[in-house]
Design a protein around this ligand. Structure first.
Ligand SMILES: [Zn+2]
Length: 199
C-alpha cells in the first residue's frame, strides 16, 4: 500500500481514532516506512479545506489545528497558541449578541479549559472508558455514562480553574463555556467527516 496517498493516511488515522488508544504511540504497521501518527495526521489533515469568500478553497485551519492538537500529539505551547487563535476567530464570528462585546481574554481562558478537558477527560470507572459493559455475555451501553465512557468536568472544578466563585461561574461563564464546547465539538466532528470524505 502506498502510504503517501491522502486517502490511506485518512483511513489509518480514522482507524486509530476509533481504537481509543493513545495518539502518541507510533502508527500500527508503520515499521518499514517509519511513519508516525504525527506525520500521518499531518498528511491527512492537509486535505481539510473550506470555501473562501470568493469561492476559492482554503485550508481550514481551525479543523486542521484541532485534529493535530487532539489526535496527533502536536501539543507544544506554540501549537496550543495557534489552535486557540483559530478558535477565538471562529467563536467571535458566532458570538451571540447578548454576550457582546467579545472578550478575547475570557474566550481564550474558556477555550483553554475546553482543550484541557478534551485532552484529560474524566474517565468513567464503571466501564473503564469503554462506554460499554459485558452483561450476560453481551456488550451493552453503560447506562451511568450513557455510553460516552467519560464524564464532563464539574462546576466546582471549572470554577476553580477559571478562578471565580461557583456562583459567578453559573451566572456568567457556564453558558459561554457550553457554547464554546459545542463549537469545538462541532468542529471536531466536522473535521472527522471531512477526513472520511477523503477515503
Ligand atoms: Zn461508563
Amino acid at each position: 500500500m502506498d502510504r503517501s496517498e491522502p486517502g490511506d493516511q485518512a483511513r489509518l488515522l480514522l482507524a486509530r481514532m476509533t481504537t481509543k488508544t493513545s495518539a502518541m504511540e507510533p502508527a500500527i504497521g508503520s515499521g518499514r516506512t517509519g511513519l508516525t501518527i504525527q506525520s500521518m495526521v499531518a498528511g491527512a489533515v492537509s486535505g481539510i479545506r473550506r470555501q473562501g469568500p470568493k469561492g476559492q478553497w482554503l485550508p481550514d485551519l481551525s479543523k486542521q489545528r484541532l485534529l493535530l492538537y487532539l489526535w496527533a500529539g502536536h501539543t507544544s505551547e506554540r501549537d496550543r497558541d495557534r489552535l486557540l487563535s483559530s478558535l477565538i476567530c471562529e467563536a467571535a464570528g458566532l458570538w451571540p449578541d447578548v454576550w457582546r462585546p467579545v472578550e478575547p481574554g475570557s474566550m481564550r481562558k474558556l477555550l483553554t479549559l475546553i482543550i484541557d478537558e478534551k485532552m484529560n477527560p474524566t474517565i468513567c470507572r464503571g466501564c473503564s472508558g469503554k462506554g460499554q459493559v459485558l452483561y450476560r455475555g453481551e456488550w451493552v451501553i453503560h447506562g451511568p455514562c450513557r455510553g460516552l465512557g467519560k464524564y464532563p468536568w464539574g462546576t466546582r472544578r471549572l470554577a476553580e480553574l477559571y478562578q471565580v466563585s461557583r456562583k459567578t461561574w453559573k451566572k456568567k461563564y457556564r453558558s459561554r463555556h457550553q457554547f464554546l464546547m459545542n463549537l469545538v465539538n462541532d468542529l471536531e466532528s466536522g473535521a472527522l467527516r471531512d477526513l472520511r470524505e477523503q477515503l
